[in-house]
Design a binder for this molecule. Sequence first.
Ligand code: CDP
Ligand code: MG
Length: 770
Amino acid sequence: MVPPPSLKKIPQTKFTPNIVKKGVNKVSNGVEKVRKERPQPSSSPSSTSSSSSSSSSSKTIVVEKKVVSEEIIQQKKALPVFSARKALVENVNKHSTVIIISETGTGKTTQIPQYLHEEGYTNKGVIAITQPRRVAAVSISKRVSDEMGVELGQQVGYSVRFDDKSSKDTRLKYMTDGMLVREAMLDASLSKYSVIILDEAHERTLNTDILFGLLKKIQKKRNDRIKQLEKEEQEEETKQDPESSNNNETTIQKIKPKISPLKIIIMSATLDAELFSNYFDNAPILYIEGRQFPVQIYYTNELQKDYVDAALVTVLQIHLQYLNNETIKSEEDENGGDILVFLTGREEIENLEKLLIDRIPRLPEGCKELLVRPIFAALPQEQQMKVFEKSPKGSRKVILATNIAETSLTINGIRYVVDTGVVKSKIYNPKIGIDSLNVIPISKASARQRTGRAGREFEGKCYRLYTQSTFENMDDSSIPEIKRSNVANVILQLKTIGVHDILGFDFLERPPLPTIKKSLEQLYCLEALTDQGNLSELGKKMAMFPLDPMYSKTLLKSVEFNCLEEVLIIISMLSVESIFFIPKDKKQEVESIKKIFFSPEGDHITFLNVFREYQRVKGSLEWCFNHFINIKSMTKVINVFEQLVKYCISIKLKIESCENDFEKVRKSFISGFFMNVAALQPDKKYKTMVDSKEIHIHPTSFLFDIKPQYILYNELTITTKAFARNVLPIEPSWLPEICPKYYGSRPIPQDQNSDSSLNTLNQFTSADDN
Ligand code: CDP
Ligand code: MG
């Protein structure tokens, strides 16, 4: 088989199922293998669900109103998890915490919650299934509602930030891990849940890590309470004389709230589950064997300067092979040959999409039809679901995804994986207290997961757009988010839940001490914490909003500046990735249209102008079309805006407008983003005020050519350079005026040696150590 010309074939590096087996041996102590057993009929005496699809032999089964197709029933039965059902359920019945590991695509996320539902677990409460990403929560809940033949939002629902499709009838709730943390802020014992499944635990997102600690605490608290109630009941019984005991029992039951134990299930796609097991008192680890066909790996001969371009060339080469190679032709005709490309984010996905669409008309005759299918969070749901649709005969899907397709989503029909070897990752610098988004190399573990996606149903190929030595130099696994992020939000949330001693909290792995200290300092400067390190009134309000503390502070401060309306609009506009859509051939036209909205007072005010105009024309489609406004983005903005307004009303904030006095808006943003400021240098570059790092205004900013003397930015993205996005011009004198806690004792514009915060830090540490 001839590899594409720019790629070198490495014959020795076959990806085989051995990789999975090796890992299992490593953790064989304490691992119970749940291997293929005979399919089990549903043993659910307590089940209330209308029927169990897995045990039915009829052609179709009707669950409530919808019909579940025979195809879905067969697909469910064919999943490796199906034959492990009995053993899984038995283990969940027996143990309060269970860890389940298996390859991606085994059926964990879609099936296990349904099994537990059929076994009666939803009679005692709701089953929550957390996901690190909203796209996964939304698309998987849609699939599960189809499998159960129910309306999405009824028995099966989802809850992600700014979008809740669940109701009082919801029994299986797919949600982002962040939403469950937020629910814990309202009900610290998460009492409505009987089972909580932390899915994709190997990803080790910040919120999943926090949930580990919270759930462990809640489980213990519930168990202790149940024991105590039982003891009290026994004592009451022995005290009573036998004749009146019946009456009293009823009274006790009436008074005592019913508490059910909490089952915790941790699901992971990688084998290093011992950390989880140790954390939960040696909870059993169940391994479900998946299916993995061999995948041939190719590396490039040399480093690729532009990996998007390299991905384009590789996709086209794969596509053209079909024309010239009879073996490939027959293999693909039989099983399909979709391509999955891993990129780092929406911009790159859209770039490659455009490049591919541009090439399609020029493909030679006889080629299969090439269907480009992007997937990212901001894409409308119907379009997201298209990645799951089977390619019609004579066509091939090329899916452009971020690392969401690594383990969170299983897409059938993939024969080829194109791995760019990079990922966008948040990195925190505790010295200066700023998060930035960086494009960094993936880990070996990620590279293997990506490769595995090509061999789920048949033999496949993985084209790594990097050299073999690059692979060998990759880290073994990625650093968990909690070790590389700002934890200000985590601290704010934990304190709201009632965890005041942050350093003493039982973390699965604790954030680095300098990070905790810097985040405490940041919260103190944001006035969310008092001098004693307790939540201030402002801090309590900040925690109410589903926003990062810098945004919630800006929002609350804007009330004092009488410009809450403007700030709400701007924050809503900043919540979507792009307001304008830019057709490739109309770049000039779009630029001139953009000028209509432009304000020298900053990108934020320009966005405000777009929003106001959109409101004035009542969201006219024609107006959007003529002004290159992305209608879907604006619909989302309106939704976010309405929800934020609801939060404001619930805490009785006065929504006022400053009309056109935008200085107030800019000052409000300083109150939250005082650390994200930079000054223009004589060489026309910017230097950050907190640590004198060189940064640049991103070309998409309206201020790119204007270059104000001092700027504030909401985001720093590091690719080839460090780019500031969403930029506002500011006056340096505003800094000590609005943030005396941070700038009061610091000379402006820059000073890296200030120890002004040290005293405060020591205070916090001792407060938290108590
Ligand atoms: O969680 P795990 O990776 O073990 O597997 P899963 O997400 O439960 O996926 C099981 C099956 O459901 C796969 O074959 C998917 O292709 C299918 N699925 C689907 O067809 N559509 C979705 N939206 C989600 C999953
Ligand atoms: Mg899954």
